[in-house]
Design a protein around this ligand. Sequence first.
Ligand code: TYM
Length: 327
Amino acid sequence: MKKRIFSAIQPSGRLTLGNYLGSIKNWIKMQEDYDCIFSVADLHTITVRQNPENFRKNILETYALLLACGLDTKKCIFFIQSHVREHSELAWILECFSPVGDLSRMTQYKDKSNRYSENVNAGLLTYPSLMAGDILLYDTDLVPVGKDQKQHIEFTRNLAIRMNGIYGEIFKIPDAFIPNVGAKIMSLKDPSKKMSKSVESDATIGILDDEDIILKKIKRCVTDSGSKVRFTQGSLTGINNLMTIYSSIKNVSFDEIEKEFENDGYGKFKEQTAKAIIEKFTPIREKFSQIMKNKDYLLREFENNAKIASEIAARKVKLVREKIGFI
Ligand code: TYM
């Protein structure tokens, strides 16, 4: 039996280099060897107010862009979360087993309720219960994510263990799968902060950014006062961030990078890093514009995939309903 993989991404803006290196890159690899299910997590995104027209566009573009990145529906199931009603149904049930104390201690809840202080809604608080449902519906073994999602996976594990304790074996206990390099790509302007897709600016590289923009952003990104291309363990410097990006894209170690750029300053290294990103993203951008021209194909793909995911999800919800005592 192959291990089951589940992961998802929010259509909350244009996907970034951080999303790619922290998560998508692993999805593409894992679909070759594992039983993979991936999703565009649109239900999660309405915890922040969305303009309906933009939102529709973002959902479709996120779906298309992940196909362009290399998700292949012959090798994995790839659906849009809100098309599979079981996600909402299980989320409600799980909310009733989620301690408010645990929810309110989540880093993302604290961050977002500060950032969107005019709209601190209940969904922002119960977000991890919805995410736990996504994972637990599919008997997931491994969840490939970046470091920022680790706390949510811990929450999912605790919730599953708690419910299994009450009702007997309902859920498989999942593990996070976090890459050694690239699990947290930092902002190009402030390397102490995460690169984030909801803030589009010079601090973030989008997968769809064109070549000139990528080059300009990397050239202008913050480094530090030194000049040598050297990795300093444990420090949040711009050069560490660039080396992490280069290492993850080119699959080379920090030692190898230091040797390669032994006689060069930051200027040359930045140029080569931009080149590596451009080489990776140009074919993706081209494929994306092709896919976006074929709306019928996209519709067919996400409809078929939602049907397949629903069949699996419905079996789990049926079991949960029985265990809880619904008639
Ligand atoms: P989201 O949409 O914020 O991010 C998608 C994936 O990208 C990773 N990521 C990063 N990795 C490295 N560096 C960064 N700067 C960076 N920014 C984002 C995230 O860790 C994530 O893996 N709640 C999730 C979506 C979700 C989900 C799920 C994930 C919903 N249900 C079930 C796993 C399983 C989120 O908001 O990811």
